[in-house]
Design a protein around this ligand. Structure first.
Ligand code: N01
Length: 538
């Protein structure tokens, strides 16, 4: 039955970290009438959908959580440094329950389209369950990595075995016991999944297109004394991650890698390697992302580690990354990843040396002219990142313009939070915001708080429409590109550069600060303080 009469102050799309906090802020702090639509059957977003073996967070859990519920920061106990997907989902369920959020969320409901009604200044929103509702504000909290990239492999429909994509894994799990399994892809997801699947499967074949630089996660129980000290210092921690570059307690070494002596460098590299996690990526020498020479020193260290770990030199050579700078693709965290290739039941098929995947056959995968038989194929081929989830909403702004039309050569946004021609639309961790280059909850909280304060300010000043100015937007796009062009990031065929999807215009998708998410926060606050400079308010 259609609910065409239902009007809301705000509609939020998605009930992951972003949507939950957005609902909490708008409903409980501002007193707005809010409806959340969520395609999944419960809350969680990323943590609802991504259930592949080994799925866990890559940022330390003590900061991979909401910081706005101070009591929960004290009460919640994470079981390990990087908890697994079910534990993070339990956490989000707990948040939803504790703040009574579910009563305003419609689950199993996908937004199929929305258009801005210029005569009424509101959004008309449609769902796959037949709802037609209106709202003054539309907030896309759809995640940055939520639209599956399933490459169009020839012959997939003929495959007689089972196949799965990691981002849509069956909720019942998959039993790999006694099975011949393929994993396609070697990104952060595959690096988590491969060691787990290899333990169960009779035989595992990994199809690698680009070798990755992996560093050890060093997961495990956190020393209770450290946890206690963190709880005692949470105010300080929260302030530090909010002001930081990456939303983490990681800081570059304020020195060039080239200035350090070889011994000093090795000591620093060892220290970061041993501490595990993102330190090697985000707390390395400050010129690592800028100077190829400095970067080569970091990359060489990892290459030495790969050669020292992988016993067969030919396999090690295939696993050595080539042709792009270290850190310019997302850092995968490794728990027995390289060691897995020492197992007798694991084979690496490398596109460059063994031949690329040609087609999927009835019995398996043909690559480099050779047939590999499988019972199960797991595609860990990633996402149509950042722009994909927003385009999938089929939004129509002024004059019926779509994001497809506006973004033909890549995203154009103002601050990554709004799009000219799409009034009263906010995109949480949207393209050209720090988002995926940070510890996500930090970026999410900053956006949600900024949007809430903006809506609050509008209501207090009697304004009802906010829209980015095209000139401000183009200035922001130029700034995003100017900053990233100073780095080595543009040289990699990464999803950051939109290079993982055939035909996707090559453009850098997130925003790489000059001062990271901390600096970006200041920029956003200054813009708000100047009566939302770069926006038109009516
Ligand atoms: O996806 P990816 P992902 N034929 O795009 C290969 C986040 N994440 O799901 O490198 C053959 O990185 C592709 O090859 P190439 C994190 O931000 C977070 O692993 O493009 N191969 C690559 O090896 C991460 O970056 C966590 O040459 C094809 C792989 O598939 C993001 O999610 C955990 C192919 C895809 O790698 C995405 O990671 C895991 C083709 N046609 C992930 N197309 C946490 O911390 C693609 N590939 C919580």
């Amino acid at each position: 039955m259609s609910n065409s009469t239902q009007n809301f102050d705000a509609i939020v799309i998605g009930a992951g970290f972003s949507g939950l906090y957005m609902l909490k802020s708008l409903r409980d702090r501002l007193g707005l009438k809010v409806r959340v639509y969520e395609a999944g059957e419960t809350v969680g977003g990323t943590w609802y959908w991504n259930r592949y073996p080994g799925a866990r967070c890559d940022s330390d859990a003590y900061i991979y959580c909401f910081t706005w519920d101070k009591q929960m920061l004290q009460e919640w106990e994470w079981s390990e440094r990087y908890p697994e997907q079910p534990e993070i989902l339990r956490y989000l369920e707990h948040v939803a329950k504790r703040h009574d959020l579910k009563r305003d969320i419609k689950f199993n409901t996908r937004v199929t389209g929305a258009e801005f009604d210029e005569s009424a200044n509101l959004w008309r929103v449609h769902t796959d369950t037949g709802e037609d509702v209106t709202a003054q504000y539309l907030i896309a909290a759809v995640g940055s990595l939520s639209t599956t990239n399933m490459p169009q492999f020839k012959g997939l429909e003929t495959f007689k075995g089972k196949w799965y994509h990691t981002s849509r894994f069956p909720h019942t799990g998959v039993d790999f016991t006694a099975k011949r399994v393929a994993v396609v892809g070697t990104g952060a997801t595959a690096v988590q999944a491969i060691p787990e699947i290899a333990q169960q499967a009779k035989h595992l074949t990994v199809f690698q297109r680009t070798a990755n630089y992996c560093v050890p996660a060093r997961n495990g129980k956190v020393d209770p004394e450290i946890s206690q000290a963190r709880k005692a210092d949470y105010d300080g921690i929260v302030q530090r991650i909010r002001d930081s570059f990456f939303g983490q307690e990681h800081y570059f070494i304020p020195k060039s890698a080239l200035e350090a002596t070889a011994e000093e460098r090795e000591r620093e590299f060892d220290r970061m390697w041993d501490s595990g996690g993102f330190a090697f990526w985000l707390a390395n020498y400050q010129d690592m992302f800028f100077s190829q020479e400095a970067n080569d020193l970091c990359a060489d260290y990892i290459k030495r580690k790969i050669r020292a770990t992988v016993k067969d030199p030919a396999v090690a050579e295939k696993l050595i990354p080539k042709g792009y700078a270290y850190g310019t693709k997302r850092q995968p965290l490794d728990t027995n990843y390289y060691e897995t290739f020492n197992k007798d039941n694991v084979l690496l098929v490398d596109a460059a040396t063994d031949g690329a995947i040609e087609e999927i056959t009835e019995t398996g995968i043909r690559a480099g002219g050779k047939d590999y038989p499988f019972d199960i194929i797991v595609f860990a081929t990633g996402f149509d990142a950042m722009t994909g989830p927003l385009k999938a909403l089929n939004l129509k702004g002024r004059g019926g313009r779509t994001l497809d039309e506006q973004w033909r050569d890549g995203p154009h946004t103002y601050l990554g939070i709004s799009v000219a021609g799409f009034p009263n639309l906010f995109t949480i961790t949207g393209p050209q915001s720090p988002s995926v280059l940070t510890n996500m909850p930090v970026a999410i909280e900053q956006h949600v708080e900024w949007v809430s304060e903006c809506i609050d300010a509008m209501r207090k000043s009697g304004k009802s429409v906010i829209e980015a100015m095209p000139e401000a937007q183009e200035k922001w796009v130029a700034h995003v590109n100017e900053v990233v062009n100073m780095t080595l990031m543009t040289g990699a065929n990464s999803w950051y550069m939109s290079a993982n999807i055939p035909g996707k215009p090559r453009a850098f998708l997130p925003y790489l600060g000059p001062a990271g998410v901390g600096g970006y926060r200041k920029t956003c606050d200054e813009i708000a303080a100047k009566d939302y400079e770069g926006f038109v308010l009516a």
